[in-house]
Design a binder for this molecule. Structure first.
Ligand SMILES: Nc1ncnc2c1ncn2[C@@H]1O[C@H](COP(=O)(O)OP(=O)(O)OP(=O)(O)O)[C@@H](O)[C@H]1O
Ligand SMILES: [Mg+2]
Length: 331
């Protein structure tokens, strides 16, 4: 991840972002070295987006989402994906009630506000598309009836790195439904020791229950504030320049021959929303170029597909986008 810095403790405590900062502190207290992940979880909450977290087993993916669920006023469900999962395991099914002789709908896990989809790349394509459709449209259709999903509705999906066997990589078009793709890296020696201390300590002294939960009302208030954060024309042009550089060659760059699918307008809209939320979390009523640069890789890279030739030569979406980020400067 490009940006590993914690949300700085600079803004006044009575700022409108206080509930979000309190939530960040609760998450950070139980996670070692995942400050960037915590910030992205909050940004996704504040913008109503979904998050895809990628990392090797045992990097606290599940733990971070569980902590988030424990610290929020939201109904939580978890789905462990396997190759035999059916779309109805996610959306719900019509069942026959012998007593009354009629059909009733048993809602599936998508009808929870916070949904953890573990190992999404082990789910078969039909399940992935049912889920991603629900994420895109905020509704599901079962047995001919369309039902609205809760609001807010947030999916946090995890996947192990793509080269593992027996998996169904998410189709590129559906990856676009995720606001951000966060890649976790292994901890260093100091962090590893801190993890040992923290988790072993919890065995002898169970963690104290999280204090105040983030209420739905506080979240709604903060979302309204985030929408008010000022994004100057120069910053909008910076966002557009980054996205356009994936489509047409920008001056001084040589990347487009290596790109098969460029970033869509959904990418620029998502980046603008995330940038506003980052500024808000840092106590600012206006966004800065650093907000754009810090979030652009996690917001845009999964929407960018390199050519086979580029992949074979060792390029990745991240490495190509790093060239773009170096070559395109804010006005
Ligand atoms: N950075 C960390 N901070 C705190 N605990 C950690 C950290 N990394 C790993 N752990 C601990 O490692 C264990 C594994 O975590 P968890 O089950 O959340 O991993 P995961 O990423 O979901 O793994 P999998 O991909 O296998 O599901 C937990 O006991 C967790 O507390
Ligand atoms: Mg897990």
């Amino acid at each position: 991840m490009e940006d590993a810095s914690a949300i700085p403790e600079t803004a006044e405590t009575d700022h409108a972002n206080a509930p979000a900062r309190a939530l960040a502190r609760r998450l950070q207290a139980g996670l070692v070295g995942h400050d960037a992940l915590v910030e992205r979880l909050l940004i996704a909450l504040l913008t109503g987006g979904h998050l895809l977290i990628e990392g090797a087993p045992g990097l606290a993916k599940t733990r971070s989402v569980r902590r988030l669920a424990d610290s929020m006023e939201a109904r939580f469900a978890r789905i462990q994906c396997t190759p035999d999962l059916m779309p109805s395991d996610i959306t719900g099914t019509q069942v026959f009630r012998a007593g009354t002789g009629d059909m009733t709908f048993l809602p599936g896990p998508v009808f929870h506000e916070l949904l953890l989809v573990d190992e999404i790349n082990r789910a078969p394509p039909k399940v992935q598309s049912a889920l991603l459709e629900a994420m895109g449209e905020g509704q599901v259709t079962v047995g001919g009836t369309t039902r609205a999903l809760p609001d807010p509705f947030m999916v946090i999906a995890t996947q192990n790195p793509l080269e593992s066997e027996g998996t169904f990589p998410l189709p590129e078009a559906q990856l676009d439904r995720f606001l951000m793709h966060v890649i976790l890296t292994l901890p260093d020696a100091t962090q590893e020791l801190a993890i040992l201390d923290l988790v072993e300590g919890e065995l002898t002294q169970p963690p104290s229950p999280p204090g105040d939960c983030l209420t739905a009302a506080a979240l709604a208030d903060m979302k309204a504030e985030v929408a008010q954060v000022h994004l100057s024309l120069a910053l909008r042009q910076y966002i557009v320049a980054l996205v356009m550089a994936t489509r047409q060659e920008a001056e001084g760059l040589n990347v487009t021959p290596r790109i098969r699918h460029a970033v869509s307008p959904r990418g620029s809209l998502s980046l603008a929303a995330c940038v506003r939320a980052r500024a808000f979390l840092r106590g600012r009523a206006y966004a800065l170029p650093e907000d754009v640069a810090a979030l652009a890789p996690d917001v845009l890279c999964h929407r960018l597909v390199p050519t086979w030739r580029a992949l074979a030569a060792g390029d990745t979406a991240r490495s190509i986008f790093a060239e773009i980020l170096r070559g395109v400067t804010p006005l």
